[in-house]
Each structure stands twice: as structure tokens, then as C-alpha cells.
Write a protein of this length. Structure first.
Length: 416
């Protein structure tokens, strides 16, 4: 049934210029562009803090707000995309994202920084990030192509991190942080034409099945009453906590340890590069191994890598090695997490239900960035947050083990 519906959706697009290859390529380009600037935001902490005499807690609060609103806005954007189609949501998201980068460029007070880097970019990401790309892939592509496409979309976001990290450092070093932000803003507007390839039909069009008739409230009640879904989103909290803390605070942490800023750029780039390998590998493996075991191994591996990183002296070599190992597990949680949501509940309300899972992820990100800045300002060290990341990694590895990988039981509709 799922394959047949996927083929029908794809065939409608294939009658035009939107072949499967075009859909995947354009979706990957959007993921690359949207993930690049926000993964490079840590490199703006020191130059902006020096210019305006801000503590790291000021910048940390703005990025924490960004992560939180990205998460809170995701189920709303997902519900609109599920109901009316992905295209208009992505276009609005791209414009908000670009506007936030421009306002960040002209921010001279903590309030304006919070509005630009926090509110506008946060809501912009909820409308045009890789989450909606994955939703479009799930709706437009047949089942047999979906796993690898989800991995490719996630890997593309990582490649954006790989490209934008050294590019951002070079732009800041040669032209200043103001110019770097304006260039980033211009690149975000490229998402608007690219999103044409990912346009999905409104929910009211096409054939209507029993699942398609499921209401928004019924879908939410079903999901949050399902034990495996709750466990999945609890584990996803850790992913957001670790990723946001490392993205924002690792460059400054390395500089504090005597490592050049350029090395921090290459560490973030290494995370992005190796996550391409990790995401594609997991996208391939999830069709062959239980997804709950894959997630458990990813979280436990992260915990071990952080433990090793903070337990030994920091050198350029150890920092880049940490980036490589971390990269293998960076966004590789996304393909199995999104695939489990689709397995449990189908694709009708996929963007919405994955959006609520992403809320948990971004609440973790909010706390990771915020606590990182607050703890550093109070104690002059990030050590407590590193150890908290280790604890959360172990707990998430255990939480994912009881997940049941099967469609939720629904009452069978009786003929009239």
C-alpha cells in the first residue's frame, strides 16, 4: 500500500519536470543552504562580543532562542505544509531567514540580536530547513527510494556545514563579520526558486483514504498516546542538546585552550564532512538493521567520544579527531528518527509529527546553548556541560532500545 501510494505521488510529479532526481537534488541543495549559516554561528560569537562588549551569555541567549523557536515553529510549519503544501512554507521561511541574518548584521543591542539571530532565524529555519525537505521526500518519493533520500538530505545539510564553516571563517577574517552575514543572507534567497521542485499537493487533492481523513487532533492524540513515539522524542532531546552546545561553544572552547580560530573552523568542517559519511551510511543501514539499535549505538558512541575528548589534553590533532568521530554520529540520528515516525503513523501528518519530535530536539538545543553560556560566565569553564552531555548520551542510548518498529494499531474502517 505504502509503495503504491508513493509511486502514485511520484508519477504525478514525473509527468512534469520534477523527476525523482530533480526532487532529490533540489531538496539537498535547500538542506545545504539552510544548514550552512546556522552551523557557522559560533564563529560570530567572539568578533561580535568584542565589538559590543557582550558576554558569551548574551550571544548564547540569542542562539538558544533561535533553537527553541525553530523547534516550536516546526510543528506549526509542518501542519501548514501537510495541509496546504510545502512550497509556500519554504518561501516564507527563506525570506525570514535572510531577514534575520540582515538584522543580525545591524544588531547593536542584545534585544536586536535576539530578534534577528533568535526570532527571525528561528522561525525561518522552521519553514525552510532540512526537516521540511525530509517531509517532501517522504511524500513525493516511493518507499524504496525514501531511505537513501532521507540520508542524502541529511548529508547535504552536513555538507553545508563543511562548506560554510571555513567559508565563514575566511569571510570574517578577510571582510569582517558584517559582510559575512550579508553574503549569507543573499544565499538564503536561493531557497525560493529551489523549493519549486519540492511542492507537495494540498491535503484535499487527490484520492482520499481512511488515513488521509484522519484529523489533526486525532493524529496528535494517537502519537502522544503511543509509547514508542514518546520514547523516540525523549531520546531526540539529547541530540539537540549536544549538537547546539558543540556548534555554538566549541570554537570558543578551543580558542580558550590555545587552539587557533582557524582550527575551530576545520573542526566544525570535519564534523560536517564526516557526517556526510555517517548520514549516508545510516540511510543505507536503516533498511537492513533495526532503527532503534542504530539510534542507541549513535547516542552511546557520542557519549564515549565526548568523554575521551574532555579527559585528555586538547591538541589540534585531538580536536580534529573529535570532529571526525562526532561527525559520524552528528545528524545520523535524523534518518532513522524520521523513518520511525513514518513507519508508526504513515506520511499523512508526517511533517507535523516529526515537527513535534523536533520540538524535543530543539528544547535540548535551547538548554545546551543557554546553559553553556551561563555556566561559562559563572565558572569560567564548560566542563559541567561536557559531562552533562555524556550523561544524556548514555540515557538516550538506553531510552531507544524498547521502541517498537511497527505501524500503530488503528481500528479498521467498516464499509457503510
Amino acid at each position: 500500500m505504502a509503495t503504491t501510494e508513493g509511486d502514485l505521488r511520484l508519477s504525478a510529479a514525473a509527468r512534469s519536470w520534477r523527476t525523482a532526481l530533480v526532487i532529490i537534488v533540489c531538496g539537498c541543495a535547500i538542506a545545504l543552504l539552510s544548514f550552512g549559516p546556522r552551523s557557522s554561528v559560533g564563529f560570530f560569537v567572539q568578533p561580535m562580543s568584542r565589538e559590543f562588549s557582550w558576554g558569551r551569555d548574551v550571544f548564547g541567549l540569542a542562539i538558544a532562542v533561535q533553537n527553541l523557536l525553530w523547534g516550536l515553529g516546526q510543528p506549526v510549519a509542518g501542519a501548514i505544509a501537510d495541509r496546504f503544501g510545502v512550497l509556500r512554507v519554504m518561501c516564507v521561511g527563506a525570506v525570514l531567514y535572510a531577514g534575520g541574518l540582515v538584522m543580525m548584521r545591524y544588531a547593536a543591542t542584545p534585544l536586536s540580536l535576539n530578534i534577528g539571530a533568535g526570532v527571525l532565524i528561528g522561525f525561518g529555519l522552521s519553514g525552510c530547513s532540512f526537516n521540511l525537505v525530509l517531509s517532501a521526500f517522504s511524500k513525493l518519493l516511493p518507499l524504496e527510494r525514501r531511505g537513501l533520500a532521507l540520508g542524502a538530505g541529511t548529508a547535504a545539510g552536513s555538507f553545508g556545514q563543511f562548506l560554510f564553516a571555513p567559508f565563514g571563517v575566511a569571510m570574517i577574517g578577510n571582510f569582517g563579520w558584517q559582510t559575512a552575514l550579508m553574503v549569507f543572507a543573499g544565499l538564503m534567497l536561493l531557497i525560493v526558486p529551489l523549493s519549486l521542485a519540492l511542492a507537495t499537493p494540498p491535503a484535499t487533492s487527490g484520492h482520499v483514504t481512511a488515513v488521509a481523513q484522519q484529523s489533526f487532533k486525532t493524529a496528535l492524540a494517537e502519537a502522544f498516546g503511543h509509547r514508542s513515539y514518546v520514547l523516540l522524542i525523549l531520546g531526540f532531546f539529547t541530540c539537540g542538546f549536544q549538537l547546539a552546545f558543540i556548534t555554538v561553544h566549541l570554537p570558543a572552547y578551543l580558542v580558550d585552550r590555545g587552539i587557533p580560530a582557524q582550527t575551530g573552523g576545520w573542526v566544525i568542517a570535519a564534523i560536517g564532512l564526516f557526517n556526510i559519511i555517517g548520514s549516508l551510511s545510516v540511510g543505507w543501514l536503516q533498511n537492513r538493521l533495526p532503527k532503534r539499535y542504530i539510534l542507541s549505538v549513535i547516542y552511546f558512541t557520542r557519549a564515549l567520544s565526548i568523554l575521551a575528548f574532555v579527559s585528555f589534553p586538547i591538541t589540534t590533532f585531538s580536536a580534529i579527531m573529535f570532529g571526525a568521530i562526532t561527525g559520524l554520529t552528528w545528524l545520523s540520528t535524523v534518518p532513522p528518527t524520521s523513518a520511525l515516525v513514518a513507519i508508526m503513523f504513515g506520511t499523512r501528518w508526517f511533517a507535523t509529527l516529526y515537527g513535534f519530535a523536533f520540538v524535543s530536539h530543539q528544547v535540548g538545543g535551547f538548554l545546551g546553548v543557554l546553559l553553556g553560556g551561563m555556566v561559562f560566565e559563572k565558572f569560567g569553564s564548560y566542563t559541567p556541560i561536557w559531562w552533562l552531555s555524556v550523561l544524556f548520551g548514555v540515557l538516550s542510548a538506553l531510552i531507544n532500545l524498547p521502541i517498537v518498529e511497527a505501524p500503530v494499531a488503528r481500528p479498521v474502517a467498516q464499509p457503510a
